[in-house]
Write a protein that binds this ligand. Sequence first.
Ligand SMILES: [Zn+2]
Length: 73
Amino acid sequence: MTYSVIKVSCESCSESYQGVLNDIFQVNGEYATTCPKCNKQTFIKNILNGGILTDEPPLDAVSIMTVKILKIT
Ligand SMILES: [Zn+2]
């Protein structure tokens, strides 16, 4: 299993935390994560650098959900 770990900055409280996706980021994908400090969602789009690939995610990382993968037309 491959995980992608990226640094996320909360849009609400500016908290920085590590997010982990149980997959590889798609450049055209939209993802969401929940801030561990204020519980607000931050959406992640246009991921140019796919983060760090690992098969063992950091214990304190927050899960990243896939919102949608945009189709390239
Ligand atoms: Zn926050």
